[in-house]
Design a protein around this ligand. Structure first.
Ligand code: GDP
Length: 283
């Protein structure tokens, strides 16, 4: 799933995006609602080349609603449509279809005037690895095929999936790359588990997460791990207390900090610590 981004891969991804974008009327750009900044491609405005675009905040089931609202406003102030989606259960998917029609209204009207009634509008999904593109496409196609019967068609070597009688989706999503130059982007993507835990080891990640949680979601941290207080404690001491409270002891009667880190990261990534967003508008 994880792509090692060598310059060659990036050039190829870029070229594919540029080719495919020419074929579509609307781009569905998926981002991860927990890290709306880090999960975006920094050049998306340029890549989109003025094509209509819907920004899908995916994995909305895991993100903090208040912070999401701020990001929605940020996008809407810039004239970009936002839809909140949970691709696992399909919530929000229909809104994406409706939004796509809305953004293509002029084109549909133009086609009608030219006698091209029901000429399909065409869409493509794009996003960085692990943002949920396959899950999203499956739900989108699943919903559509329940009603219309899904027939992939071959046109100019591209596979199009019929979503509605007048809407088609490019069957393979565009793969975007994150802003590697920015170290915080790498850290944020590692925290949500989108890139392998190689950049930082799991204990380092856990310490970064603890620091963020104590500053932004202190109550959750205290409650979940039955901590009485974090005042005057270093993050490492908090991790030790988590290990203590969970009775995570390894041979030699030492606290198993690695296990504590794994548990903390898993619980965060699976939403057990609640809905958490790691970024804030404007920071
Ligand atoms: P892709 O690499 O962009 O195609 O991403 P995938 O579709 O393979 O999804 C990556 C992971 O995210 C998988 O484990 C999915 O189950 C999970 N996922 C995708 N969408 C959602 C969502 O809306 N909510 C949650 N909680 N998980 C999701």
């Amino acid at each position: 799933m994880n792509i090692q981004w060598y310059p060659g891969h990036m050039t190829k991804a870029k070229r594919m995006m540029q080719e495919n974008i020419k074929l579509v009327d609307v781009i569905i750009e998926l981002i991860d609602a927990r890290v709306p900044i880090s999960s975006r491609n920094p050049d998306m405005d340029k890549i989109a080349n003025n094509k209509p675009r819907i920004v899908v905040f995916n994995k909305i089931d895991l993100a903090d609603r208040n912070k999401t609202e701020e990001f929605i406003k940020w996008y809407e102030d810039r004239g970009i449509s936002v839809v909140l989606v949970n691709s696992k259960n399909g919530k929000g998917i229909n809104q994406v279809i409706n939004k796509a029609y809305e953004l293509c209204k002029e084109k549909i009207e133009r086609n009608k005037k030219r006698g091209l009634i029901n000429k399909p509008i065409r869409a493509m999904v794009a996003g960085i690895p692990n943002v949920g593109k396959s899950t999203f496409i499956n739900k989108l196609v699943g919903k559509a095929s329940a009603k219309t019967g899904n027939r992939p068609g071959v046109t100019k070597g591209k596979q199009w999936i019929k979503l509605k009688k007048d809407m088609e989706l490019l069957d393979t999503p565009g793969i975007l790359w994150p802003k590697f130059e920015d170290q915080q982007v790498g850290i944020n993507l590692a925290l949500i588990g989108s890139i392998k835990d190689e950049i930082l080891n799991i204990e380092e990640l856990a310490l970064i997460l603890i620091e963020y949680l104590r500053n932004n979601y202190l109550e959750r941290l205290l409650t979940r791990y039955k901590l009485s207080d974090t005042d005057n404690l270093e993050s490492i001491q908090i991790l030790e207390n988590i290990a203590k409270n969970r009775n995570l002891i390894k041979a030699g009667n030492e606290l198993d900090l690695n296990k504590a880190a794994i548990i903390l990261m898993d619980e965060f990534r699976n939403g057990i610590l609640g809905k958490i967003t790691l970024e804030t508008v404007g920071l």
